[in-house]
Design a protein around this ligand. Structure first.
Ligand SMILES: [Zn+2]
Ligand SMILES: [Zn+2]
Length: 185
């Protein structure tokens, strides 16, 4: 069993900032990762609709961490459960954190602190291998030293832990997806 991954919007961080927003689907489970800042909400909704998904059908939202650039548009998804490093939130229920997403056995959450102490990465087993959505890298270009990291040493340990899983693709917080090999170049 595997899941599919589609990038709805590629993030960037220069004079303006936008989050990479990602759609993950497995069976009836429809997940959006990091519905954060974008120049226009259409940059989330139009690609979603093109893929045949209505925002009210999204079952789960995952926050890589708590910064507004990755959370600002969370309320677009009226029927979703919300996952972060601490818990699962639905309406007024603050439930227990789980590393798995109900209905999506190919998707799991991994604690990857460093940028903040509350960072998680989303691990997705796809037909071509492991894909990881993570803020451990802003983009393939770096920055190598995260100027906003609360703990650069922890960040580097988390990067190593993710690379040790041998992902085929990394979808960073503020850039297009890249292959880990591109980091060596
Ligand atoms: Zn951040
Ligand atoms: Zn960010």
């Amino acid at each position: 069993m595997t899941a599919t991954v589609d990038v709805l919007t590629n993030g960037y961080a220069h004079d303006r900032v936008a989050s990479s927003v990602i759609l993950v689907r497995e069976n009836d489970t429809i997940i959006v990762v990091d519905p954060g800042m974008v120049a226009s909400r259409d940059l989330i909704l139009e690609p979603l609709h093109s893929l045949g998904v209505h925002e009210n059908e999204v079952t789960d939202v995952i926050f890589s961490h708590h910064h507004p650039d990755h959370t600002l548009n969370a309320a677009l998804f009226l029927n979703a459960r919300y996952h972060d490093v601490w818990a699962i939130y639905l309406a007024d229920d603050w439930g227990d954190r789980t590393d798995v997403i109900e209905g999506a056995p190919s998707v799991s959450l991994l604690d990857t602190p460093g940028h903040t102490h509350e960072d998680i990465s989303t691990l997705i087993q796809t037909g071509v291998g492991l894909v990881v959505c993570t803020h451990l890298w802003w983009s393939v270009q770096g920055p190598e030293i995260d100027p906003r990291a609360v703990d650069q040493g922890l960040l580097e340990a988390s990067r190593a832990a993710v690379l040790a899983l041998r992902p085929v693709l990394i979808i960073p917080g503020h850039g297009p997806a890249f292959s880990p090999h591109e980091l060596d170049q």
